[in-house]
Design a protein around this ligand. Structure first.
Ligand code: NAD
Ligand code: ZN
Length: 349
């Protein structure tokens, strides 16, 4: 079968590989949709040393059940499923609470718990095997448009869940970077809060789309800091979700967050946020206001996955999908890197 594999740093190609076989507790899936994430760009350019190469990428997958391995029950051939992107131990105290993203077994062994496209062969292939525990039935959801939910949906949902206390009806929430993850963050905020939602990006088309997805205000990144303070009478935003994570965007977050607000950093842009333990400055030229919480979530919990599937099933959120054939994967990666993907690119093997 064909698979899009990372061979060495910067070398991402379509190759012929053996079709996998479902082992004990595993399920063989025919891949329906494999989303391509900003994280795949980081992985191809700077793969962590521990990553076994060659590796089939793809941590955002939906598929149909082809075969159940020994010991698997509760699924049927033909079922459409979403593949959770974190394959944790399943038994530690964090996993027992459904917090697979905080698995304590893996915390001392790898930078992140393993998953498809992150240690195990991922979804950018015609077939894949996945542990039965990682599969979430999609019911009547279309597995093509549902594919982005497996990462671009659940990660923003988790990020938003961490700032619920700040997301009161009179609050202002800011989403920096309304691409793959951010366009769903705007929809989840719209569906689950009454906040004023401000979308920030460097791309006018994405800002226009954010208005369709439920944003109240859009701002170009360069003007965002000043405009946000104007919009909030100098008080700042109650929650700032940064889906970029560069020095520039972290500075927007730092300089515009309100007293007792939340900064949630999802993007892996390599920037630095300076936290200065000194009295809070009035003019916001440095440091943070009193009471601000800063969080840096990874992935999502099983609860977040259930909530995202529920929102999508109720028609409250819909990923904007640009579909491509599997063989185009290397070209799609370049498009993503150059900012030429709108919504989420999904490969259809
Ligand atoms: P994407 O390329 O689809 O979207 C990025 C968006 O940010 C684009 O709309 C782009 O125009 C915008 N942008 C770029 N520079 C900007 C700036 N200076 N100001 C405002 N907007 C700017 O990427 P994505 O797939 O949505 O991923 C976003 C980030 O989230 C990536 O860094 C990815 O690695 C990270 N990520 C983190 C996790 C996690 O668990 N923490 C999970 C998945 C992805
Ligand atoms: Zn665990």
């Amino acid at each position: 079968m064909q698979a899009a594999q990372l061979l060495e740093p910067g070398r991402f190609e379509i190759r012929d590989v053996a079709t996998p076989v479902a082992g004990e507790g595993q399920v063989l899936l025919k891949v329906v949709g494999a989303g391509m994430c900003g994280s795949d760009v980081h992985l191809v350019r700077h793969p962590p040393k521990a990553l076994p190469l060659p590796l089939t990428l793809g941590h955002e997958t939906t598929g149909r059940v082809v075969e159940l391995g020994p010991g698997v029950t509760g699924l049927n051939t033909g079922d459409a499923v979403l593949v959770a992107g974190i394959w944790s131990c399943g038994t530690c105290p964090a996993c027992a609470e459904g917090r697979d993203n905080a698995c304590s077994f893996w915390a001392t062994r790898t930078a992140v718990p393993p998953g498809p496209g992150l240690g195990h062969p991922g979804g950018m292939a015609e077939y894949m095997v996945a542990p039965a525990r990682s599969l979430v039935p999609l019911g009547d959801l279309d597995p093509v448009t549902a594919a982005p939910l497996a990462d671009a949906g659940i990660v923003p949902s988790h990020a938003i869940s961490l700032a619920r206390r700040q997301l009161r009806p009179d609050a202002t929430a800011v989403v920096i970077g309304v691409g793959g993850l951010g366009h769903l963050a705007v929809q989840i905020l719209r569906a689950t809060t009454a906040c004023r939602i401000v979308a920030v990006d460097v791309d006018d088309d994405r800002l226009a789309a954010a208005l369709d997805h439920g944003a109240d205000v859009t701002l170009r990144s360069e003007q965002a800091a000043e405009a946000l303070l104007d919009l909030t009478g100098g008080l700042g935003a109650n929650a700032v979700f940064d889906f970029v994570g560069t020095d520039d965007t972290l500075e927007i977050a730092r300089s515009t967050v309100a007293t007792y607000g939340a900064i949630v950093i999802v993007g892996l842009g390599g920037g630095t946020l300076h936290i200065h333990a000194a009295p809070a400055p009035i003019k916001r030229q440095s440091g943070l206001p009193w009471g601000v919480s800063v969080q840096r979530p990874y992935g999502a919990t099983r609860r977040d996955i259930a909530e995202v599937i529920a929102l999508a099933t109720a028609g409250r959120i819909t990923a904007h999908v640009q579909a491509f054939p599997l063989y185009a994967a290397p070209e799609v990666l370049q498009r993503l890197e150059q900012g030429h993907v709108h919504g989420r690119a999904v490969l259809l093997p």
